[in-house]
Structure formats: structure tokens, C-alpha cells
Design a protein around this ligand. Structure first.
Ligand SMILES: [Zn+2]
Ligand SMILES: [Zn+2]
Length: 268
């Protein structure tokens, strides 16, 4: 069974392709399930004055969901579309995030930490944010936010859990204690995580998360789903063959899928 649960589209401002282009591509490459999971609109910064092209405007959100529902019905005989949201975790905005999550019929909500305060640590235009900072301290803040995201109970799984490594900034100390603590919190709260293959085309040159973290997930029983984080239709499912091979090599026999906020494990 081929699935891809992490995709974006033109509404967010930094991706290309309409939703339907991803659906058609998904059918072309034989996906069984396609998860549409665009970025949540910005809540904690003013979209007018913040960096442009970060996420869809708030008034697009209902149209996004409507279009997903329409496509789900239109293509139901060819592909199983799951409707998702990559929901940022922003400390102090839990009520606003919850309101968005409750307002729509999501199949799943990804909990992703991109922001530490107003700094988007995953935005290549904001690399100046690292200047003068202790890298281990940034990692500590990042993983602290991941744990807080898990504890909100708002999310089905954590997206790209070690994305802090994205641009290749490496702390002088091994961050394993931070990574392990985050995974232990995921396990304790019954969440899953994703294997996000997009890291292979970034400066860190490895998937999110690392093999070490995946092996720990297998050991303690944290379910994995997979996603390409495609921002162009032609990148849909890019590297997911490698992702599946890696999971099988580590010993996973099942991956997680989501429907109406319920998790189902399937063989792959
Ligand atoms: Zn994006
Ligand atoms: Zn993300």
C-alpha cells in the first residue's frame, strides 16, 4: 500500500500546483492514500508585516477544506484522499489552534514546530536567527517546544521531529538526550511521528528523523507514517521508496494511516 501523508499546494504561497494536480499525480504514481496537509494560517505574527509567502491567509482555510472535500468525492474511485492540516505549534496560542482544529472535519492534524517565538527555524530566509546563538541551546528550545506540542493533545502525529537539523547546524554536544526525551513524550501520549523524506534534499542530507531516532521508535513502539513534504506536484512521494525500505530494514511491518482523527495501522 502506497501512501503519502505530507503535501502542500499553491495556497501556502511557497508551493506550486493546485490541489487537483497533486491528486492527479497521486493517481499517476499509484498512491492508495494521499494526505493533503497544507500549512495552518499564521496566528501569532501579522501576515501583513511578517515574511511573505509563509501560509494561506485565514480566509482561504474554509475554501481549502471545501476543495479537499470536493476532490475526495470526485476521485473516490481512483484514490483515497485524506484531509489534513500541518498545524504549527505556537506556545501561548493553544486555544486559537484548537479552534481551527475543531472547526473542520480533519482526518488528521500534524503537529509541527517551525517557530521559536517569531523565528521560523525552518525558513532559509531566516538563517540570521542562528547568529550568535549557542546551537545546543537552540536545539534545547526546539525540543522543549516539541514536547509541549505533544502534551497539548491537539495533534495526531509530530511532523519532521528533528527538523532543527535542517540547515546543517550541529551542536558541539550530542543532542540524543533531547531527541530521546521528545520521543519518550510522544510514546507517553500515544502519538505517532512521520518519516519525512524531504530532508534528503536539504543541507542536512538525511530524512527526518535520523535512523537512530527511528530505531528507538521501533524499540519502544511509536508508530510511523510517511510523507514527502512535496511542495511541487512532481515531487509527490519523492524518496518514499527509500523511506519504506529504511522502515522495513529497521523492522517496521506496519505504518500509520488516519481517518476522522483515528489511527489505523496498515501493512506496507
Ligand atoms: Zn511549506
Ligand atoms: Zn513542516
Amino acid at each position: 500500500m502506497l501512501i503519502d501523508y505530507h503535501t502542500h499546494h499553491v495556497r501556502c504561497g511557497h508551493a506550486s500546483g493546485e490541489l487537483e494536480a497533486y491528486v492527479k499525480r497521486g493517481i499517476e504514481i499509484g498512491l492508495t492514500q494521499l494526505g493533503l496537509s497544507d500549512h495552518m494560517p499564521l496566528l501569532h505574527v501579522d501576515p501583513q508585516t511578517y515574511w511573505p509567502e509563509m501560509a494561506m491567509p485565514m480566509d482561504e482555510l474554509p475554501r481549502y477544506v471545501e476543495e479537499c472535500l470536493h476532490l475526495k468525492e470526485k476521485y473516490k474511485d481512483q484514490i483515497d484522499i485524506r484531509i489534513g492540516l500541518e498545524g504549527d505549534y505556537i506556545e501561548g496560542y493553544e486555544a486559537e489552534i484548537e479552534a481551527i482544529i475543531k472547526a473542520y472535519p480533519w482526518d488528521y492534524v500534524i503537529g509541527s514546530v517551525h517557530f521559536l517565538g517569531e523565528w521560523d527555524i525552518s525558513d532559509f530566509r531566516q538563517l540570521a536567527g542562528w547568529e550568535g546563538k549557542d546551537i545546543f541551546e537552540v536545539y534545547t528550545q526546539y525540543y522543549d517546544a516539541v514536547q509541549k506540542a505533544v502534551r497539548t493533545g491537539l495533534y495526531d502525529y509530530i511532523g519532521h521531529i528533528d527538523v532543527i537539523k535542517r540547515f546543517g547546524y550541529k551542536p558541539d554536544r550530542d543532542p540524543w538526550e533531547l531527541e530521546k526525551a521528545a520521543l519518550d513524550t510522544v510514546k507517553e501520549h500515544g502519538l505517532a511521528i512521520e518519516l519525512n523524506a524531504s530532508g534528503l534534499r536539504m543541507l542536512c542530507e538525511e530524512m527526518f528523523p535520523s535512523r537512530r531516532m527511528l530505531e528507538y521508535c521501533h524499540k519502544v513502539g511509536i508508530p510511523l507514517t510517511i510523507g514527502s513534504d512535496a511542495h511541487q506536484p512532481e515531487r509527490l512521494s519523492q524518496y518514499l521508496d527509500q523511506a519504506r525500505d529504511l522502515l522495513k530494514l529497521i523492522g517496521f511491518n506496519e505504518i500509520a494511516t488516519f481517518s476522522a482523527r483515528n489511527r489505523h495501522l496498515v501493512t506496507f
